[in-house]
Structure formats: C-alpha cells, structure tokens
Design a protein around this ligand. Structure first.
Ligand code: F6R
Length: 608
C-alpha cells in the first residue's frame, strides 16, 4: 500500500526512482509520480494515473541527468486516483511524498489556506504546506522545518521531502509507516520496503517511529523529534534479486504457490528434532517455566494471517489441553474492551510485519504486560522489531498481493509453537510425535501434490469460472481452509465466494443454493467425514453443483470431485489449501484478470 523511494548520489535519479517504484508495484497502487532536481535545484515533476508504465513513458520523454529525487506510488485514501492527487505534492520550494494518513488535516488546511493555494484533495498537500510554512524559503534547515511540522500532526506517516533550494539533501521521517535507508558508496537510497534496494546495496538502516533522517550522498544523520541524536544501526539485507523476480513463471502468484515445498522447508529448517520427537524454536524467548504457565493464547491477524491463526488454533487445542485459544481479527480486537486473562501470550501474525491494525493490537496487548510473539515473514519489519520474541517464517518475499506461501508457513509455525507449549506442559510423546512427523513430511507432500494437481484442476477451474457466486464448505480444521479458499477466490477472480462451516448449512446458507452458485466442499478423510457427507447430500438434494475435494473414498453424485493422494492423516487441510490456491489462480486466468494485482487491494495495509 503506497510506496516511497528516494535517491541522492552521482547516478541518474530517475532510473533508480522508476526501477524502485516498479519493485514496489506489488504493494498495490492507483497512480505514481516522481520529482527530481538538477544540481542547481531545477525540478522535474512527472505524474501519471494507473500503471508505472504510464509514468515511465512520461519519463522517457522528459529524460534528465538529475542526481536527487523522490517518488511515490499512491493508493487513494483522500481524494480519487488522479494526477492532481498523485504525489509528490508541492508547496513553495518543498516537494513531499507521504504514506499514511494525517488525521487532523482539515484543521491544519483551514489554517494554511491563506498562505497556500491547495490544488489537490489530499492530506499530503496539507503536510507539504505546513513544512513550507516553517521552512520560510530556506531560512531554517529543512530538517528543522520538518520536525516543527510533524509536531503538529496527528496520524501516521512515512515521508520523504526535498527542497529546490538545496539539491544535496533529502529528509525522511516515520511514525507508523516504514522507511528504510540504503547505504551506498557515494549514494544513498530511501524506500518504504527493502525490496526496492536489492541490487543497489545490501546495507540498510531501518528508521524507527519518531525519527527524522537528513540524508546526503555520503552522510545519514538521524535524530528523534525531540532532537536527540540516534546512532545508525546498519543491517544487512539478505534477500537477493532472484527472490523478487518471476523466475520463469507467468505470475508471481503461481511462482509463490509452487515455491511452497521450499518455503515451508525454510520455515522448518533447524526447528524439528525428529529423532527425539521435539520442536526447537529459539525465537519466542520463553523459558520452559513460562511456556508451562501459559493458560491462554490470543492469535491476532488480518485476512489470510487470521485464517492461519484459526487453523492453528484447532490443532493447538488438541494437544495443549489446559490452554484456551482465541484467534481474533486485529481490526475488531483493537477496539474491543477484551479482558486478557493472566498467563496469556499473544501470537502476532503478519506476513509484511507492517499491517496497521495488527501493529495497533500488538502495542495495546504489550502495554497490558502480556508477552507478544511475532509470527512474521518480513525481516526487520516493525512488528518483528516490537514483539518480545518471535519466529520468522522465512518464506522469502511474497510479491503477489494474494497471500499463499505465507499462510502455509504461518499456520505450521504456530502449530509448532503450540507443540513447544505442550512439550513444556509434559504432554505425552505419543500424542505429539504424529504431528511432528507429519510437519516434517509436509514439504515433500506439497511437492508431490504440485506435480499432478495443477494439471487436474485447470479444466475444473475453467468450468467454474462462469459462476458469479460460490459457497465454500468445511468443518473442523477444514473450516478455516474454506474461509481462506473463499478469500483467495473472491480477491483475485471477483467471484462472490463465502465460507460456512458445513454444519451451519441448515441454519441459513442452504437457502442460497440455486443455479447461480457452485459449492466447493472440503472433505478430509477424518472422523467427521460421514457427517460432512450428510451436509453435502442436503445441498445435492436441492440441486447444488458440488465440487468436492477429498483424500477419502467417497461416493457422491457430485458435479466434480478431485481426489488428493497423500499419506498424511492430520495435516491434510494444509494440502487442501494448496488446491484451493491453485483453483483460485486458474479461475482468474480463465477470466483474464490481473492475478498479481487485484483491483482495489494493496499488499501491505499500513493504514487503518
Ligand atoms: C489475502 C491477503 C490479506 C493479508 C492481510 C494481512 O490474500 O493477503 O488478507 O493476509 O492483509 O497481511 P499481513 O500478513 O501482511 O499482516
């Protein structure tokens, strides 16, 4: 969601800015813009609605040899997507790009309207005007003007600012919206996401909330808003270029689905001791006694991360028997007056590590003295840095907006955390060993599934692509998979897909069944298979078009059935999820939509 890039050095700034914005495209956006300035401060401002390619075409016609500039991909919050509302925004000699939301912008705007002629509907232009009012045409250093302005602002921001009066510096600041500075030899980069820096430098400084950086080609000076100096913490970016490229696939989504045997293997690496049937997680930072004392687990996440938490909760309660588990949706939980009991621990689940609602819950839960454990993918992200301990899932960059490989690893990482609690509480090895063994086998099982299922599911997906509505059904551990499967289908194919527990059919959803719908039913071969089949019979009796996915021997007059071949008994729902991911992908291909960047959505939701 919104992307920021900045450059100052001795190379062509336009080249880095456009390349960097392309790397951030996956986050979702509706317009983009850059401003660069030459050594005398002469600015070139270019903006375009829609894809970066539109901006790139404008840059090709207005090529400059400028060495400093900032750029932005916008995801509209205040005002429609348009060139006027696209960033950078200008006020006097100031140009500004901004991620986040300035909550008191109306109040500030009315105070500034005598000195600045507002052209856009954005909160960002208000911030530009505010900085300009303190800058007073270069009378004060730019960083001072930025600090003065930010002290009056309520809301969240990651910003980059340049002035045409001084082309040798740019200023960046953050509160709730990430920024990372890339340290080069005689050049310095800025981005809202380290992926824009890959291939340019491996040295990164992640700004913290409340910090302001003054950046030149050779120097980075960081202070807090209270003018306290901050010593720079240079970290190494581990990701390489191949991880953020399509690697021969048509889309990032299918690449990321196919990567799951390897990405899950990375999650498991060094964490399973099969010989002794033990899970070893170093990151949570909890002593055996602390693990033993846990009585309640809250799992916080949004969307797919929440579904992963739901799935894990079904498993954890099977073996950690004196523990209660509540998976909660972050945007709801943050405003509830929930009572968190003693001896609780909170799992904070986020692929990006930047989701605003999840971060707000983390801060609230932490302030109540509850231990927080991150289940995060993005290394060095805000959530990863603020939790008390954590387990990185290590799936590598997830570029496609729809989350796939992160789900699998998040769910398994949480199940492993549940096993470590059960181990500390003295659960019988015979209870835990089958789960540990299946977790260890899972990458190979997913690999095997990916050899055959894509070819089988594609024609089925083509058949169901014509429907406008879908019902996903599952019970027990298959219910969170039904929810996740329905989310995947709706977000990329725009089919109105909703999930229900199979046992809930008679309580309402059965009324929906007609020829506008198909019903995708998950039928794992478990202790509830017969009950689930009864539910399906009710749908069939009302003329439903059943698409059944199973690993059991079932005899149903379904519209179609896909049988998965697996040795797994406990973790089959994770395989069913991979099938649902493939199904959503091929339906979307059949409909001809943009799989990697679905309309209206952003990858990392850094505003509320
Ligand atoms: C769905 C999807 C979203 C994210 C959600 C949380 O495919 O990607 O539902 O799962 O926005 O994002 P993270 O995990 O980055 O906190």
């Amino acid at each position: 969601m919104c992307g920021i890039v900045g450059y100052i050095g001795n190379k062509n700034a336009q080249d880095f800015l456009i390349g960097g914005l392309k790397r951030l495209e996956y986050r979702g956006y509706d317009s983009a813009g850059i401003v660069t300035e030459d050594d005398s401060g002469q600015p070139t401002l270019l903006k375009a609605k829609g894809k970066i390619a539109n901006l790139e075409a404008k840059v090709a016609k207005a090529k400059r040899e400028d060495h400093a500039g900032i750029g932005h991909t916008r995801w509209a919050t205040h005002g429609e997507p348009s060139e006027t509302n696209a960033h950078p925004h200008q006020a006097g000699s100031i140009y500004l790009v901004h991620n986040g939301i300035i909550e008191n912008y109306k109040e500030l705007k009315s105070k500034l309207s005598t000195e600045h002629n507002f052209v856009s509907e954005t909160d960002t232009e208000v911030l530009a005007a505010l900085i300009n009012s303190f800058y007073q045409d270069g009378k004060y250093p730019l960083s001072n003007a930025v600090v003065q302005a930010l002290k009056l602002v309520r809301g969240t921001y990651g910003i980059a600012v340049i002035s045409t009066l001084n082309s040798s510096e740019l200023v960046a600041a953050r509160a709730g919206s990430p920024l990372v500075i890339g340290v080069g030899e005689t050049e310095t980069f800025l981005a809202s996401d380290a992926s824009a820096l890959i291939g340019h430098t491996k040295k990164a400084i992640y700004l913290n909330d409340g910090e302001v950086a003054t950046i030149t080609a050779n120097q980075i000076n960081i202070k807090t808003l209270d003018s306290q100096p901050v010593s720079a913490r240079v970290e190494t970016i581990q990701t390489d270029l191949s991880a953020i490229q399509k690697g021969g696939y048509d889309h990032f989504l299918i690449k990321e689905i196919m990567e799951q045997p390897d990405s899950l293997a990375e999650t498991l690496r060094g964490r399973i001791d099969l010989e002794n049937s033990l899970i070893r997680l170093g990151g949570p930072n909890l002593s055996q006694q602390e693990l033993k004392n846990i009585k309640n687990i809250i799992i916080v996440g949004c969307g797919t991360a929440f579904h992963a938490g739901m799935l894990a909760s079904y498993y954890i309660e099977r073996f950690a028997d004196d523990v209660t588990i509540q998976p909660v949706i972050a945007s709801e939980f943050r405003y509830r007056e929930a009572h968190i009991p003693e001896n609780s621990v909170a799992l904070i689940v986020s692929q990006s590590g930047e989701t605003a609602d999840t971060l707000a819950c983390l801060r609230e839960i932490k302030s109540q003295g509850v231990k927080t454990i991150g289940i995060v993918n993005a290394i060095g992200s805000t959530i990863a840095r603020e939790v008390d301990g954590g387990t990185y899932v290590h799936v590598g960059p997830e570029v496609s907006v729809a989350s796939t490989k992160a789900f699998t690893s998040q769910a398994i990482a949480m199940i492993m955390f549940g096993i470590t609690i059960a181990e500390a509480k003295g659960a019988k090895k015979s209870l835990l060993a089958p789960y540990i063994e299946e977790i260890a086998q899972l990458p190979a099982e997913i690999h095997q599934l990916l050899q055959t299922v894509p070819g089988q599911i594609r024609p089925l997906a083509e058949r169901y692509a014509k429907y406008d509505h879908a019902i996903y059904l599952g019970r027990d551990t298959a219910y969170p998979i039904a929810m996740e499967g329905a989310l995947k289908l709706k977000e990329i194919s725009y089919i109105d897909a909703n999930a229900y527990p199979t046992g809930e059919l008679k309580h309402g959803p059965l009324a929906l069944v007609d020829d506008r719908f198909f019903e995708l039913v998950l039928l794992p071969d478990d202790h509830l298979l017969d009950k689930s089949i009864s539910g399906v019979q009710e749908v069939l009796a009302r003329g439903g078009k059943i698409f059944a996915i199973t690993n059991g021997e079932i005899d149903l007059p379904a519209d179609s059935t896909l049988k998965i071949d697996t040795k797994l008994k406990l973790l089959t729902p994770v395989l069913f999820n991979v099938v649902c991911q493939l199904f959503a992908y091929y339906v979307t291909i059949a409909k001809g939509f943009d799989v990697d960047q679905p309309r209206n959505l952003a990858k990392s939701v850094t505003v509320e």
